[in-house]
Design a protein around this ligand. Structure first.
Ligand SMILES: C=C(O[C@@H]1C=C(C(=O)O)C=C[C@H]1O)C(=O)O
Length: 379
């Protein structure tokens, strides 16, 4: 069905499917997003839209746009008009032990950890006496499996382990971006906007006493509170020109299966003509994944990271013709192509950071994805 030349998505509204049904219906090439509020599966995607401007045109023609935007907002996006959209109620399963991917053997290659430690040291030295307050530095791990990775099984393993996270799959060229992000960049439902920046992290611990101690230490860490505050200020400032009543409560702790984070749920009211993708692109990239000031941090990331982030620390999500939508930060994620995987993890560097602690933080963050693959080690 077409209206003004753009395909109108088929909404399957009868007999509401469950989250599990949509997971089972997922096939490589589709777009999938599970949030604490519901699940969306978009299929029969149209030709790639590589710019937000092209997405805007499709939205005005009544389409639902889904996909991913890379870390570098000027690089080509991988958005598309959804031919079909199915929605389901949220994934209500309790986090179980989480069945990892069926047994496979893996080989992997990491950059020398000293490359990361040296980058942290250089970043800290650049903060001395300059205006640079924060930069997020990351690592990549390249894995090869003994047999091709079944994307649906991997998505299921991620959802099963973090049912209250943002579980996503977005097709790229010849590969799929897949992850279990804890971070909502922005969502819009009618006039109601929610942004939930995270920054400041500590690992979970199997021992409940040590786990509680890690959480309390994070909440009272001046260094982590400062790191968090920079992100919250940037997000609130980014929303203010577009929204009314931007409300910023005190930070709280957000647990995932592998990490504790400082989290702030910023709410706002938005006029009808500002869509979720407009809000998302006004905010991206926040200092949660780039730094502060943004342009200086971006230059330093280019200089110090020995790889191109691509869609890691980009955003993934959807916006429909009413302007509603969800956009999540593409972290705790990897790119899958057959039996090859690239997995990423980063950490915010601020004065007071140390190379060893930041390396340990990236190792803990790798675990979200690696444990879903059935790899349990130090990262
Ligand atoms: C960059 C990542 O995570 C980001 C960095 C955080 C931090 O430095 O404390 C916390 C959450 C995310 O905003 C990642 O997971 O790769």
């Amino acid at each position: 069905m077409h209206q003004n030349g753009a395909p109108v998505p088929t909404i399957h509204a009868d007999a509401p499917p469950g989250a599990g049904d949509l997971l089972r219906a997922y096939r490589a090439g589709a777009f999938f997003l599970s949030t604490p509020d519901g699940v969306l599966l978009a299929g029969n995607l149209g030709a790639p839209l590589t710019t937000v401007a092209a997405a805007r045109v499709a939205l005005t023609r009544g389409a639902t746009v889904v996909g991913a935007i890379p870390f570098d907002p000027a690089a080509p996006a991988r958005l598309a008009v959804a031919g079909t959209v199915r929605r389901a109620a949220p994934w209500h399963r309790r986090a179980g032990r989480g069945t990892p991917l069926a047994a496979r053997s893996w080989t992997w290659r990491d950059a020398d950890p000293d490359v990361f430690r040296d980058a942290v040291t250089t970043a800290l030295s650049r903060m001395d006496g300059t205006g640079l307050r924060k930069v997020v530095l990351s690592r990549v791990r390249e894995l090869t499996a003994s047999q091709p990775v079944d994307e649906r099984d991997l998505l299921t393993a991620l959802a099963d382990r973090d049912p209250f996270g943002y579980i996503f799959a977005a097709p790229l060229d010849g590969r799929t971006l897949l992850g279990a992000s804890p971070e909502l960049l922005v969502s819009r439902r009618g006039t109601v906007v929610l942004a939930n920046p995270l920054a400041g992290s500590a690992p979970r611990d199997r021992d409940p006493v040590r786990d509680g101690r890690n959480a309390t230490a994070l909440l009272s860490s001046a260094k982590d509170r400062r790191e968090h505050e920079l992100v919250v200020t940037a997000v609130a400032d980014g929303l203010s020109p577009l929204c009314r009543r931007v409300a910023v409560p005190a930070p709280e702790l957000l647990p995932t299966r592998t990490m504790w984070h400082l989290s702030t749920r910023i709410t706002a009211e938005v006029p009808d003509d500002v869509s979720a993708i407009e809000l998302a692109t006004a905010l991206h990239p926040t200092p949660a994944v780039c730094g502060d000031p943004t342009p200086d941090a971006r230059v330093l990331i280019d200089e110090l990271e020995p790889f191109d982030r691509g869609f890691y620390t980009g955003i993934a999500g959807w916006t429909d013709a009413t302007g509603d939508g969800d956009w999540v930060v593409a972290i705790r994620c990897g790119e899958v192509a057959g039996s090859s995987l690239r997995v990423y993890a980063g950490a915010g560097i601020v004065p007071g950071s140390t190379p060893d602690a930041e390396l340990a933080e990236t190792a803990a963050k790798f675990r979200t994805f690696l444990s879903a693959l059935g790899i349990e080690e130090d990262g």
